[in-house]
Design a binder for this molecule. Structure first.
Ligand SMILES: NC(=O)c1ccc[n+]([C@@H]2O[C@H](COP(=O)([O-])OP(=O)(O)OC[C@H]3O[C@@H](n4cnc5c(N)ncnc54)[C@H](O)[C@@H]3O)[C@@H](O)[C@H]2O)c1
Length: 326
């Protein structure tokens, strides 16, 4: 029989790509999303129920009717800058709503849970080595802290709720879009570097700002680990299949293990789009780590995850195909 997966936030950027992967694998999918930042048209498979996780009564009924075998939880607020201005929104939507969700799952004896965490839990790593899952957690904004709080909650729960198993996936910089251009990133406010380059190429924004050119990196700009969204989706599939086989509670980094500087991304975006868009060099932003790259040994070795799109040019091309359609 087909396994049933409940996906919160599945009408968003990453959730919709995971749904595509789940749908292609034949899972039965129910999406629960309030469409605050998501879009119906991004949902390629499954049934969409429009609702808010905070609306516990409705959500309880949805879970009761669907009886999922597993829950993947993407629903969250994700703007770092907004989290600094409105921290309570982040603790409410990302931490408290997840606590309520987990409580519901315990009540209904739903045993498998996959949580969307983030590299923001690492804050500003002191070394320029890739960070492993054992590196120090020191988020520097309420967004990262609201996710770290959930990680602690899940960890503290595991010794007492032995039938409840979870995997937290810490995503690094997710980018790119569906190869066929059916779905992609559609945020109200584009803050991600690759998307901003493409918006500059479309002249939707007047220029691309580079924040900080005097970091101790080879070209002076910050280095990030950009991972294609379909490889993130595949990480969810391997994590889910692993959870169905083994009772584990664990955390895995999702990144390629190497990074690109801001200047390298800008260069690739200019090559892919064929547009020499204006670039402005600005001062550093508070809280930007110079170097944030995943040590991905654990997810490769333990879950057998094999990324297929570790190629910046491919990432930018798929994002550009999508962006041109918006
Ligand atoms: N985009 C990245 O690079 C990145 C990196 C690390 C972690 N993440 C995590 O991945 C997850 C998905 O992010 P995304 O980039 O797809 O963002 P997104 O904004 O596109 O998706 C979030 C989805 O959740 C829904 N949602 C939000 N609050 C809800 C609520 N209370 N009830 C029901 N639905 C709700 C939104 O409508 C949206 O469809 C988030 O948990 C985010 O923290 C993203």
């Amino acid at each position: 029989m087909k396994k049933k997966i409940l996906v919160t936030g599945g009408a968003g950027y990453i959730g919709s790509h995971v749904i595509k992967a789940l749908g292609e694998k034949g899972y039965e999918i129910l999406i629960y999303d309030n469409l605050s930042t998501g879009y119906k048209e991004l949902v390629l498979y499954g049934e969409l129920v429009i609702g808010d996780i905070a609306d516990i009564t409705v959500f309880d009924r949805v879970i009761e009717d669907f009886k999922p075998d597993a829950v993947m939880h993407f629903a969250a607020s994700i703007q770092v800058h907004e989290s600094v201005l409105n921290p309570l929104k982040y603790y409410r939507n990302n931490t408290i709503n997840t606590l309520n969700l987990v409580e519901l799952l315990l009540k209904k004896k739903i045993r498998h849970f996959i949580f969307s965490s983030t590299a923001a839990v690492y804050g500003t790593p002191e070394s320029t080595e890739p960070v492993s899952e054992l590196s120090l957690l020191k988020p520097i904004n309420p967004y990262g802290a609201s996710k770290m709080a959930v990680e602690y909650m899940l960890k503290d729960l595991s010794p007492v709720e032995k039938d409840f198993n979870y995997i937290s996936l810490r995503y690094f910089n997710v980018a790119g879009a569906d190869q066929e251009g059916r779905i992609g990133q559609k945020y109200h406010e584009a803050t991600h570097l690759i998307t901003r380059c493409l918006k500059a190429a479309k002249a939707e924004i007047s220029r691309l700002e580079i924040y900080g050119t005097d970091y101790s990196t080879p070209d002076g700009t910050c280095i990030r680990d950009y991972i294609h969204v379909d490889d993130i989706a595949e990480a969810h599939i391997v994590a889910l299949e692993y959870l169905f086989k083994k009772s584990i509670n664990d955390i895995f980094n999702c990144g390629y293990g190497h990074g690109y500087s801001v200047r390298e991304v800008v260069k690739t975006a200019k090559e892919v789009t064929g547009v020499d868009f204006p670039v402005e060099e600005a001062g550093r932003r508070a809280g930007d780590p110079p170097y944030l790259v995943a040590d991905n040994t654990k997810i490769r070795e333990e879950l057998g995850w094999k990324p297929k799109h570790d190629d910046l040019s491919y990432i930018v091309k798929t994002a550009w195909n999508w962006e041109k359609k918006l």
